[in-house]
Write a protein that binds this ligand. Structure first.
Ligand code: COA
Ligand code: ZN
Length: 306
C-alpha cells in the first residue's frame, strides 16, 4: 500500500491575493472546480480580510456560498476576530489563523505585535471550539523574515508551542518568502515533529529560490505528510517584499508520484487547472515541470496515477 500525502491547494487564496488582475467570485470558483476535477481534496478557498488591505479577496463569502458540496475539505484564512465572525457567518468549517515569527512581519501583515496576535489566536480558537469550527494556524516566516532576517529555531518552536497550547489543532509551518533550504527545513520540522507530532503539522513553501520541492522532500523525511501547494505556482504575499509564487502543486504532486506516495490527484486534470490559472490571471507560467507534463500529455504517456 502506498503511503498517502495530503495536498492542500492554496492557489485560490495565497495564489490570487496578490494578482494584478482581480478575479470575480465566479472565476475563483471556476478555478476551485478545476482543482476538484483533478482530485484535489483540500483547498484554501479565500480569506476574510480587510478588502482595503487585500482587494482580490473581497467576496470570499460569495465564493464560499458557491462551493460544490461534498468530497472536499475547504478552509479560509482569518486574520482577526472580525474575520472569524464573517467566516463563521459564511459557513466556513475550517479557519486558518496566522502569526508570523517576528513583530515587524506581524505589524506589516495584520497590524499587531506578535504577542497580541497570539492572544487573538487563543481567543478565536476558543470561540471556534465552542462553534464546532476547526482552527488551524500558520506560523508565517518560520525560517526567515523579510524585515528581521533569519529566525532562530527556538523562536519558531516557542510560537508553535503557544499555538498548540491555545487549542490549535494543526500548525502550518510557512516559508512565506521562500528563503528556507532543505537543511534548515529538516532541522525545524524534525524538532517540531518530535515535540508536536508530524500528524499535527503541515508545511507551506514558496519557490522564490527554486528550492520548493527540495524543501518538501526535506520535510517528508521528518515525517510531515501534508503540504500546501499552489496551482501553477501562483502566489506571493502583498506584505512580504520579495515573496514570489508558492511551490507549484503540479511539481509537488509529480515528485510525490515518482517517489511512490499517493496523493489521489490526477496530473492531467492538474495541468488543465494550470491552463485555467494561466488564462484567468494572465500572470503565471505554471510550475517548473509544466513543459514536461504538457509533452507527456501530448504523447499520451502520462501515467494515470489517481
Ligand atoms: N474583514 C473585513 N474587514 C475588516 C476585517 C476583516 N477581517 N478586520 C477589520 N476590518 C475592517 C474594519 O471593519 C475597519 O473598517 P472601516 O475602516 O470601514 O471602519 C477597517 O477594516 C480597519 O479595522 P482595524 O481593526 O483597525 O484593522 P487594521 O487596519 O488594524 O487591519 C487587518 C487589520 C487584519 C484587518 C488587515 O491588516 C488585514 O486585513 N490584513 C490582511 C492580511 C493578509 O491577508 N495577509 C496575507 C495572508 S497571511
Ligand atoms: Zn504563502
Amino acid at each position: 500500500m502506498k503511503e498517502r500525502v495530503v495536498i492542500n491547494d492554496v492557489g485560490p487564496r495565497d495564489g490570487l491575493q496578490n494578482q494584478p488582475r482581480v478575479l470575480t467570485p465566479e472565476q475563483r470558483l471556476q478555478l476551485i472546480r478545476a482543482l476538484l476535477d483533478a482530485g484535489v481534496a483540500h483547498i484554501e478557498v479565500g480569506s476574510f480580510v480587510s478588502p482595503k488591505a487585500v482587494p482580490a479577496m473581497a467576496g470570499t463569502d460569495q465564493v464560499v456560498a458557491g462551493l460544490p458540496a461534498g468530497g472536499a475539505t475547504y478552509s479560509a484564512l482569518v486574520p482577526n476576530r472580525k474575520g472569524y465572525q464573517l467566516a463563521k457567518d459564511a459557513g466556513v468549517s475550517i479557519i486558518e489563523l496566522v502569526v508570523a515569527s517576528t513583530d515587524t512581519m506581524n505589524l506589516k501583515n495584520i497590524n499587531t505585535s506578535t504577542e497580541q496576535a497570539m492572544a487573538n489566536v487563543a481567543e478565536i480558537a476558543e470561540l471556534a471550539r465552542a462553534d464546532g469550527v476547526r482552527a488551524m494556524c500558520y506560523i508565517a516566516t518560520a525560517w526567515e523574515c523579510p524585515f528581521e532576517g533569519l529566525v532562530p529555531l527556538d523562536t519558531s518552536m516557542a510560537l508553535m508551542r503557544q499555538m498548540f497550547d491555545a487549542g490549535i489543532e494543526e500548525v502550518v509551518i510557512a516559508d512565506t518568502i521562500g528563503a528556507a533550504d532543505p537543511a534548515g527545513v529538516q532541522r525545524l520540522t524534525q524538532e517540531a515533529a518530535a515535540e508536536f507530532g508530524a500528524a499535527n503539522l503541515s508545511c507551506h513553501f514558496h519557490d522564490t529560490r527554486g528550492m520548493g520541492v527540495a524543501n518538501v522532500s526535506a520535510a517528508l523525511q521528518s515525517g510531515i505528510r501534508k503540504f500546501d501547494g499552489s496551482i501553477g505556482g501562483l502566489g506571493g504575499c502583498p506584505f512580504a517584499p520579495g515573496a514570489t509564487g508558492n511551490v507549484a502543486t503540479e511539481d509537488v504532486v509529480l515528485m510525490l508520484d515518482q517517489m511512490g506516495f499517493e496523493t489521489g490527484i490526477d496530473l492531467e486534470g492538474l495541468v488543465a487547472a494550470v491552463e485555467l490559472a494561466i488564462e484567468l490571471t494572465n500572470n503565471c507560467e505554471g510550475g517548473n515541470s509544466i513543459r514536461w507534463l504538457r509533452r507527456q500529455i501530448e504523447k499520451g504517456t502520462l501515467k494515470k496515477t489517481a
